[in-house]
Structures are given as structure tokens and as C-alpha cells.
Design a protein around this ligand. Sequence first.
Ligand SMILES: [Zn+2]
Length: 499
Amino acid sequence: MTTTLPAYDEVVARYEPVIGLETHVELGTNTKMWCGCPTDFGGEPNTRVCPVCLGLPGSLPVANKAAIEATVRIGLALNCSIAQWCRFARKNYFYPDMPKNFQISQYDEPLCFDGYLDVEVNGELVRIGIERVHLEEDTGKTLHVGGATGRIHGATESLVDYNRAGIPLVEIVTKPIPGTGALAPEVARAYVTELRDVIRSLGVSDVRMEEGSLRCDVNTSLNLPGEEWGTRTETKNVNSLRSVERAVRSEMLRQAAVLGAGGRITQETRHFHEDTGDTTPGRSKETATDYRYFPEPDLVPLAPDPAWVAELKAALPELPRLHRRRLQEAWGLSDADMQSVLNAGAVELIEATVAAGATPAAARKWWLGELSRRANETGVELADIGATPAQVAELQGLVDAGKLNDKLARTVLEGVVTGEGSPTEIMTARGLEVVSDTGALTAAVDEAIAANPAIADKVRSGKVAAAGALVGAVMKTTRGQADAQTVRTLILERLGAQG
Ligand SMILES: [Zn+2]
């Protein structure tokens, strides 16, 4: 079906969007939720499994304390209340990558509930309500092979890998978010970004969307002003921050086209496609699935000790938003400058470079300049560029000590990025150090004066600006390895002129 989509401006002038986000975060615990199997990403299929996570008859789960602690800390960082008593529940359904035929989750008794997260959008603070934060287990992975799309349609066989089955998974559900108008897509993205940063600051997950340790479903609906909220759709497979924004926008446009043509929105899950930026229908939710939830009989209830919860709360790190604000003040940056640091993904890198001894201005110059340019050219994340904050600080230290000038420092940095060694090692090995031996420099200066008598006379007669040509000549004979300012001073001394 090809429909002409309305313009975004027209959509937001006519309808009010309501969005909601459900985020799943794989916790970075050493072992799985109910057994002692390791959790690290990327092992050979079906090598990190045992009777418990394979759902073999007679095996019994034991809850992972580290996962419960991590979930409580996430709840506290999101300003939630923590349940004093709650239970796990069985969610019954069949799926090949879930060997028990039920998932242990939480239903009407989540561990954390009723919180909020403040996010900044265009300099404005938007408070996002948090409905619940609960703990459950991840499923395995099904791989459909033989087809063109990797989906089950057209596949000749399907393979199941249970390494991921039973990895602790935290689900974070927002309350419905009305009132964002045209900014709905940006708010959705800002929320997921901030949530990712909060969870990363807690050190409980590596929150990598590309590896699936942070996954996001986006609910979207439209209604006319003053009317009830519309029927919502749930978009799955949203695998990057940019896609979160695109998925909301694309769904708003599609729904407006359907409503504008007199149609109605079907309550369904939809799949987001990275390549086209469109969504296509998945499972219809017109008839709500009955999962026959009941309290998990193989596990004892959870009753977090309020004193323990208070201790965890007192030990929470500074929230990323407040931390960023403090850094911005300490670094003396304008909002726009801070935004470009954020966009480059350089906050933590600059922070670590400053901690290693560089000034904020120098740290920012290297990370936003030379290194960002290289990252863009090679399509690599700035953090994976190959230079560490400690190396950048060391490089700047060599510049400050007069051993490298700016041009030489860039050459050394190239070497650092390509793995030649530390800045000092590269400078020494390649003989890039600024010539600071005054004897050698004086010889080069005398040579330049002797070779350019007319210019030398001009400088002697007081035309100091003419000294530039002599500085250039000395820089040439020293292959750029002299400090231009020192050379200039020497020339003026030799010719008896005043700088
Ligand atoms: Zn296991």
C-alpha cells in the first residue's frame, strides 16, 4: 500500500501525540539470574547453559542477589519507591527460544514503582514519569537461516542458542507521556539517552544498543485536541538512539495518514526498519494475550530490608545530568559548546584527559578536533579511536614542555592512533622532538642570515616584520622541528633589533 504521508508540521498542528517507552536492559552480572552460568557476550552457541537455564525438569532456580541489588539501584536512581515485599511471577507462553515454556518475570508486584526521570530537550526540562522497574530473565536467541531477510518467512531452517536464556533483564516502563507536541520524537530520544547514561553511571550494565544489552519498544498514539487518547501501536526492533526518534516520527506520520483518510488505528506491534525508517505491522494486539500469570512457586518472595535500601540510596553516584552541568561550569563552556562535546560523545574522554593532567581547553581541542575528525572519517566511535585520555594528556604535556609544537604533535598523535606507542616513545623513535639545542639553532639562524643578506639588512634597519622570512628559512632547514617563537627571538638578537 502506498499512501502519501502528510507533512510533519501539519500532523502536529492537527493531532496531539502520546508516547510511552518500554526499555529492557541486560544486567552486567557475572552469572545468570537463576543459575551460575556465565553471562558474557559472544560465546559459541549453547556453551553457557545448564539444567536450570535449559528448563530441564526438576531443576530449581535461585535468585541472583547482585541482580536484585542492581535493579533496586536503578529504581532508586529513577526516584522510584521500592517494594517492601514482592514476588516473581510466571508468564506462561510457548516460544522455541524459551525452554521452560514460561518466563519468570514480575507482574502486579514490581520491585520498583512510581518514579521519574528528568531529561533536557532544547534546554527545557521534561519530567518523564516511571510506571515500574521490574526484574525478569532474558530468552535465548533464534536464528532463521536460508532466507534473504533473516526472518522466519523464507527460511529453510531455524537454530536456537540458549546462551542468553536466563540473563537478568530489567524492564523499565514509563507512564504515558502526553503534551510533548512536535517534540515527541526528540523527547523519546532524550529519555532513552538519559536512561542509558544513568544506568551506565551505576555500572550495572554496558547498555550497548548495538549488542542488544539495551533494547527499546516505543508506543505511539495520536488524538485530536480535547479528545481521548488514541489507539496506540508498539514499535519493536528500535536498535539505536537515532532510530528511537525516527520510529516515533514515522509512526506519527503513518497514523495521521490513516486517521486523515477516515481509517482507524489497529492496536498492534510494529517492526521498525533501519534501512527505510518505516514500520510494518507485526502481531495484532486486538485480543489481549492471556499469559495466565501466577506467583512463581519455586522462589521465595523478595523483601528488601529498608536499611539496606537506604544504604544503596546514600551510595548512588551523581546523576549524569547534574554531573554534566558541573563539568560544563568547571570547563567554562557555553551551552552550545557543551552540546558539541555531548554530540561528539566526548564528555567522559575529556573528563579523563583533564584528570590525567591536561587543561580542559587542551583536552577539548584534541578530542573535538583531530580525533573527532579521524573518528568521522573512519566511522569509528570516538572512544574506540585508539588514543586513550592518558596518551592525549601526555601529548599535551610534551607541547606544554616545548618538546613538540602543534604540527609535530599532530604527527605524533597519528602514530598513537595507529598503535605505534606512547607519545614520548613515538617522538623519540621518529626523532620528532623540537630542536631546543641553542647551539644547533644559532647555527641555523646564522646560516639563514648569511643566505639572505638583503632581508637581514631590512631587519637591522628596524623593519622587524621582515624577520618572518628568516624564521621560515630556519624552520625549513630544521624540518619544522624548531620552536618558531624561539627562532624569531634568536634572529632579532643576532641582528640587534627589538621584537
Ligand atoms: Zn544455567
